[in-house]
Design a protein around this ligand. Structure first.
Ligand code: NAP
Length: 287
């Protein structure tokens, strides 16, 4: 089977990592970056065989990955529209799906929303890695109107070439699930840091900083990350995040009530359940 020509817009961590894997597997890959230096670097690193700052380069591409920040995915597709042939498949890698899929599917019939559940804390082309997606989940969120052949083509590339595990679901279900396991933890972790910083007595805060160890490092890690990303998650996945936050507040209130009532048995039951079920959330964790 001839390999499809791949287009990638945005040669950062995710876009360049996709390029590295597909180039290595013998796909013709065309890359678009806003920066001529990134274009030159991409060719040297083996991210793509040709690169340009102009989207017209992608007129030959058969499958295009939009790998720009969430806010620029729809405008990226708009700029590509004059250059697409009727059979071109377009997908994105944005971490939030409902609004992107709604807008992109209205612009392009062969659009399939996607979200690779892999990454690192670094960004830009220098952060790109081979095999970043290997064994990681990769969610596709087709609509009822999305052509099956487009979904099948992407599934094949993602399964066999990126070696990810494909999960198919609706954009809304995806957004609710990532709100629980990704966006809520960021806000909870940031809330923890913020509470310690603003509510602890100054002398206690000094000592707390000196005593903090691995437990605090683990629970504060995602709350101590990039603020722009946190705000983007909250604004683009607002309703799913709010719903999970309200539920989280209810659970927290219940735990406060139990401690006030010295109901240690019920607290023990909750902590036993969380201890037993935590491993179920970590089954896909390979690194
Ligand atoms: P990144 O390393 O910063 O790469 C994004 C790239 O997009 C930049 O390198 C830049 O490439 C281009 N870009 C930046 N601003 C732009 C703009 N205003 N207009 C057009 N292009 C722009 O970020 P990333 O981590 O790869 O994230 C890219 C996408 O992947 C996001 O939508 C994110 O939600 C999604 N995602 C990220 C992760 C993760 O862990 N990081 C995981 C899954 C999904 P050029 O300089 O080459 O133009």
């Amino acid at each position: 089977m001839t390999k499809k020509t791949i287009g990638i817009v945005g040669l950062g961590l995710i876009g360049a990592s996709i390029g590295l894997d597909l180039c290595k597997k013998g796909y013709p890959v065309l890359g678009v970056s806003r920066n001529p230096q990134t274009c030159a670097q991409a060719i040297i690193k083996g991210v793509c065989q040709q690169a340009s700052t102009e989207v017209v380069l992608l007129q030959e591409a058969e499958v295009i990955f939009l790998c720009t920040p969430i806010a620029t995915i729809v405008p990226s597709l708009e700029s590509l529209l004059p250059w697409l042939s009727t059979q071109t498949i377009v997908t994105d890698v944005g971490s939030v799906k409902t609004t992107i899929v709604e807008k992109c599917s209205a612009l392009w019939t062969n659009f399939v929303g996607g979200h690779p559940m892999a990454g690192t804390a670094n960004h830009g082309i220098d952060a790109a890695q081979e095999n970043l997606f290997q064994a990681a989940p990769y969610v596709l969120t087709p609509l009822a109107s999305t052509p099956c052949w487009a979904v099948e083509c992407l599934k094949q590339i993602i399964n066999e070439e990126l070696e990810s595990k494909v999960y198919l679901t609706t954009p809304e279900t995806h957004d609710q699930a990532v709100a629980w396991i990704s966006h809520l933890p960021v806000i909870v972790s940031a809330g923890l840091l913020s509470a310690v910083l603003t509510k602890a007595e100054p002398n206690i805060l000094v000592l707390a900083k000196q005593l903090a160890s691995s437990g605090f490092r683990d629970t504060s890690r995602v709350g101590g990350g990039n603020p722009e990303l946190g705000v983007m998650m909250a604004s683009y996945n607002r309703s799913a995040l709010l719903s999970s936050l309200v539920n989280y507040r209810q659970v927290l209130d219940k735990i406060i009530d139990l401690i006030e009532a010295e109901d240690w048995q019920t607290l023990q039951d909750i902590l036993t359940l969380t201890q037993q079920t935590r491993p179920e959330f970590l089954l896909n964790l390979t690194r």
